[in-house]
Design a protein around this ligand. Structure first.
Ligand code: BGC
Length: 479
């Protein structure tokens, strides 16, 4: 592979990488994050589409619920299944495959002639959403220089929020004619982008090539965005990094790395990362985010405000979600992951407490709305993007795909549980009290972060690994 034409950057932490090469890495990360866009789009589009589908197919409330939640179930399976594939066939090809599954799911859902076929289409879409949500973070992480890795990883969450917002807008645009097939069909376009970029544009991850004994290709890839000396330095650094955690082509965290699969997660070395990832996955969802994202109009209506404005309010939530994610992107490589997480969990706990009070004490509906928006701002400024960033950073390379898979599956399972129990819980203990439960869980998230979550900002994996083992009191692996 040819060296990249424009001159290398002379000084600073990114020295030796060419300006053109950096642009190209950013462009690639942006393309990979299209997987995140479809995550947001396909979870967001159904709220509007369902209004028309239920009349077309005459769906009862159970059937309506299942059209929504079958995607989350599929996503759980997709997230669990994709890690192994990503290790076998590589990051690039799994990405293209996910695009193809997105296309298939969209085609089935768009041409559905009845309830059954629609559910199948949504299930297939879910498989793709789950697989993409598990494989996008490690892929972006592995193609990024560590100094800008955090920012590039937050592109994933940014595209999730853009996808949700675009879904709301598409719903609005097509709602006049009630053309729900067009609403869902819009998702085919980004799916095509995924397939095409996997076939013709995206590189394989250098880490994956190195752990599969393809050093020459890995080096050529790095040399395509840097000068030759820097390519050697970066490849050697990556190899040292892999060796430091016993993670090489010869032997991974669980023995032969190609065959390691799920077993790699059982290794003592991987355990703290797994605990941190799983706990944050659960914390992100049990903090109640999707009760607001999925049920905002219902909650707004309960405050006594008119339903006709509900779409406009959900747009406001979508916009705040996006704007605060942009703020987080600016901060993540400066403030670091831990600080963002700490502030975010604190803000979520406080705003959920206030939201609960607003319901219990029957405050003005405007205050309810205000607390919801502040809660979303708190989530989007930290817990939203940082979770997806960290699961791309805390696992050793041999366990990065399966580790991200497991955490993503936990995220979807928690999402499913919260969406399922939210309305019954409201009926049982009341709105305010349910929000207080979410607030308490966010406070626990804060405590967990203080104690166990390592800083990953601009650190090699080996440093992150030492920090993790120190926090978990494993002296042998901490030194
Ligand atoms: C969460 C999703 C949520 C979205 C909202 C993501 O980080 O995983 O469940 O819907 O943020 O922006």
């Amino acid at each position: 592979m040819q060296g990249y034409s424009s001159a290398p950057i002379a000084r600073g932490p990114l020295a030796g990488i060419s300006a053109g090469g950096l642009r190209r890495i950013r462009f690639h990360a942006g393309l990979i994050a299209v997987g995140g866009f479809l995550f947001g789009f396909d979870t967001g589009v159904i709220s509007g589409a369902l209004l028309f589908i239920k009349d077309d197919f005459d769906l009862d409330s159970f059937q309506q619920g299942s059209v929504v939640s079958v995607l989350v179930l599929g996503a759980m399976a997709g997230a669990l299944g994709s890690g192994r594939f990503a290790d076998r066939i590589g990051r690039r090809w799994i990405f293209g495959l996910e695009g193809a599954v997105f296309l298939a799911g969209t085609a089935i859902a768009v041409s559905a002639t009845g309830y059954g076929m629609l559910v199948v289409g949504r299930l297939v879409l879910g498989l793709a959403v789950g697989a993409a949500s598990a494989t996008v973070p490690p892929y972006i992480s592995e193609i990024s220089p560590k100094e800008i890795r955090g920012r590039l990883l937050t592109l994933n969450q940014l595209m999730i929020t853009v996808g949700i917002l675009v879904a709301y807008l598409v719903n609005l645009a097509f709602s006049g004619g009630g053309t729900w097939r067009a609403m869902i069909g819009v998702g085919a376009l980004p799916a095509l982008v995924m397939v095409a970029s996997s076939l013709w544009v995206l590189p394989e991850s250098p880490e994956w090539l190195l752990t599969h004994g393809r050093r020459a290709e890995a080096r050529a890839l790095v040399a395509s965005v840097s000068d030759e000396a820097t390519a050697d330095r970066l490849i050697e650094a990556r190899e040292r990094n892999l060796a430091a955690v016993g993670d090489s082509a010869a032997g991974g965290a669980g023995g032969d790395r190609k065959a390691a699969g799920w077993r790699s997660l059982l290794a003592r070395r991987v355990r703290p990362a797994l605990i941190v990832g799983l706990a944050l996955a659960a914390g992100q969802q049990f903090g109640g985010i999707n009760t607001i994202i999925y049920y905002a109009p219902t909650i707004i209506e309960r405050t006594g405000l008119t339903a006709s404005n509900a779409i406009v309010y959900s747009l406001a939530i979508g916009v705040i979600n996006l704007v605060m994610t942009l703020v987080a992107i600016r901060l993540i490589d400066r403030a670091g992951r831990r600080d963002l997480l700490l502030w975010s969990f604190a803000a979520m706990a406080v705003t959920m407490g206030l939201l609960g009070l607003a319901f219990v004490a029957d405050w003005d509906p405007v205050l309810t709305l205000l607390f919801m928006v502040l809660y979303i701002a708190g989530f989007a400024g930290g817990v939203g993007p940082v979770f997806w960033t960290l699961i791309g950073e805390i696992f050793p390379p041999s366990a990065s795909a399966t580790g991200a898979s497991a955490c993503t599956a936990m995220n979807w399972a928690s999402n499913f549980t919260v969406s399922l129990v939210f309305l019954p819980a409201v009926g049982l203990i009341g709105e305010g009290e349910t929000f207080w439960v979410f607030g308490v869980i966010s406070a626990l998230g804060l405590l967990f972060t203080v104690r166990f979550v390592p800083e990953t900002k601009a650190r090699d994996f080996a440093e992150v690994d030492r920090d993790l083992h120190k926090r978990f009191g494993d002296r042998r692996l901490a030194d």
